[in-house]
Ligand binder design. Structure first.
Ligand SMILES: Cc1ncc(C[n+]2csc(CCOP(=O)(O)OP(=O)(O)O)c2C)c(N)n1
Ligand SMILES: [Mg+2]
Length: 330
């Protein structure tokens, strides 16, 4: 059994990351309700341990592709909060000039290959990145985040096949929150992701996705194996606390889930362990206060920024060639 006191410094660092994500997501609930964030947003409240635990195990040269529910991953990787909020609020200073929003957050300098609105579509992007790591001998590993909703997607199966065939430095990371939009996983997929892993000859590990230390340990093992040419699959069992998208009334969801999820809150679980190891409650309160302050400072800066001009909003949408074709009526 692990000694809680010896893990406390690592757990406190991970708690900080989880709290930062939670503060970002909580602020977005309010911003979205107030009409300050256009489009759809999918919040990762309840899944912070997956993001914090996996991302902490990455090396600087590693890369990852995330999903429509990707705020936690990019925040854990250290994406600039101002650029992030400006993007979500449709401002010119966002990392995509305010044109992409929540489902297009990215930062190539940090190896963040982008969020993605198409289920499963980040997986082959990560596969390509893993191939680039292998060919260029960067020593890096690529990660493909996906949800249980992507388990039945052909592109996952094809990517697993190629990863195994070419021995790519790739980790498939399934955040299984047991819901895909409004349907439970068992209504979507006949098998389990672990069985897919074994069918394709990939290493597999499953862990409690709300226990941040368990996530970090599993991620470190998988990354080490993938770095030496044995691609891996990780499955984290976690909880989607909010609706599929912000504003989803969730009438399809059994009422008892809320209490079960509250008891498994990853921040609560980590805070309990930290207190048991002697961390003063005031330390945790200060972390939350600091995160709030940083988040709202970034939001104020975003509010002060302007929307992109019409010309900037249209830039890079079509190449000249395509523009000419579309004008020509094709
Ligand atoms: C190819 C494709 N099919 C369907 C959709 C509609 N859609 C958006 S999110 C989603 C469910 C995704 O569930 P999961 O992968 O488990 O991720 P979660 O939302 O639980 O994080 C679906 C079906 C889509 N965006 N892309
Ligand atoms: Mg899901």
């Amino acid at each position: 059994m692990t000694n809680p006191t010896s893990n406390a410094p690592q757990l406190l660092d991970l708690y900080r990351v989880m709290q930062r994500i939670r503060s970002v997501e909580n602020s977005l609930i309010k911003l979205f309700a107030d009409g300050e964030v256009p489009g759809f947003i999918h919040l990762s409240i309840g899944q912070e341990a997956c993001a914090a635990g996996v991302i902490t195990a990455l090396e600087p040269q590693d890369t990852f592709a995330t999903t429509h529910r990707g705020h936690g991953h990019v925040v854990a990787r250290g994406i600039g909060l101002e650029e992030f909020f400006k993007e979500l609020m449709g401002r010119a200073g966002g990392m995509c000039g305010g044109r992409g929003g929540s489902m297009h957050v990215s930062d190539m300098q940090l190896g963040v290959l982008g969020a993605n609105g198409i289920v499963g579509a980040g997986i082959p992007i990560a596969l390509g990145s893993a191939l680039a790591h292998q060919l260029r001998k960067t020593g890096g590993v690529a990660l493909a985040f996906f949800g249980d909703g992507a388990m039945a997607e052909g592109v996952l199966h094809e990517s697993m096949n190629l990863a195994s065939l070419w021995k790519l430095p790739l980790v498939f990371v399934c955040e299984n929150n047991s819901w895909s939009e409004f349907s439970p996983t068992e209504r979507q997929f006949v098998a389990e992701v672990g069985k897919l892993a074994s069918a394709f000859g990939l290493g597999f590990e499953q862990a409690d996705g709300n226990d941040v230390l368990a996530v970090a340990d599993a991620a470190r093992r998988s990354l080490a194996a993938a770095r030496s040419g044995t691609p891996q699959v990780l499955e984290f069992l976690t909880t989607r606390v909010r609706g599929h998208f912000e504003g989803d009334p969730q009438k399809y969801r059994p009422e008892h889930e809320a209490a079960a999820m509250a008891a498994r809150d990853p921040l609560l679980l980590a805070a309990n362990k930290l207190r048991a190891a002697g961390t003063e409650p005031a330390v945790l309160e200060q972390i939350a206060a600091d995160c709030e302050q940083q988040v709202w400072q970034a939001i104020e800066a975003s509010r002060a920024d302007t929307a992109p001009t019409f010309a900037d909003a249209m830039a890079d949408v079509y190449t000249k060639q395509h523009a000419a074709v579309s004008v020509g009526g094709n």
